[in-house]
Design a protein around this ligand. Structure first.
Ligand code: HEC
Length: 157
């Protein structure tokens, strides 16, 4: 008799534990980030990026980020970026001089690394090469968060 009570209690305990585990972790873990890009996608939401940036349609205060990477590649070729910087230098030589070391850093990287270097600067201070920009600074992000956000935006082809 006593043994069967114990078995029953144990059974009830096990069921409760299972319910608690499912409740805490979900059944399939589908929402859990796995790759750096998954983490970045989640950060994009948690850091409020998604409140200003749609990706492929919807209301967007800032640019819609669909097709971002081809767009950035075109904007960051030596010739295109130099042209853009020249016009900044003419408009605001003082601000240009202040940010000049950052432009050198971008020119010294090539290909995807140039895009990544640009994006890191853009997060730190979006006005560094767009003096009248409206996007807020994200200079509170850690290196790891920047890496994860970068992995995510690199998927926006
Ligand atoms: C308050 C609105 C706002 C928030 C929040 C915001 N952005 Fe922006 N973002 C903008 C605007 C506006 C621009 C256009 C350039 C500018 O005005 O600075 C922009 C430009 C960009 C661009 C360049 C897009 C292009 O096509 O040129 C990228 C990439 C970007 N933001 C990523 C992010 C990420 C990642 C976050 C979150 C960490 C974020 N933004 C948060 C408003 C915002």
């Amino acid at each position: 008799m006593r043994f069967s009570v114990l078995v029953t209690l144990f059974g009830v305990g096990a069921v409760l534990m299972a319910v608690a585990v499912v409740f805490m972790y979900g059944t399939d873990g589908a929402d859990e980030p796995r790759t750096p890009a998954d983490h970045g996608r989640r950060l994009f939401r948690l850091q409020g990026c998604a409140t200003c940036h749609a990706i492929g349609g919807g209301i967007s205060r800032g640019p819609d980020l669909a097709g971002l990477i081809p767009r950035l590649s075109a904007r960051l070729t030596d010739a295109a970026y130099r042209d853009h910087l020249d016009s900044l230098q003419v408009a605001r030589p003082d601000v240009y001089a202040f940010f000049a070391p950052r432009y050198e850093g971008i020119f010294s990287a090539q290909g995807d690394e140039r895009i990544e270097a640009w994006f890191a600067q853009h997060l730190k201070n979006p006005r560094f090469d767009h003096f009248t920009g409206l996007m807020p600074d994200y200079d509170h992000l850690t290196e790891e968060q920047i890496e994860r956000l970068t992995a995510f935006i690199m998927t926006l082809k």
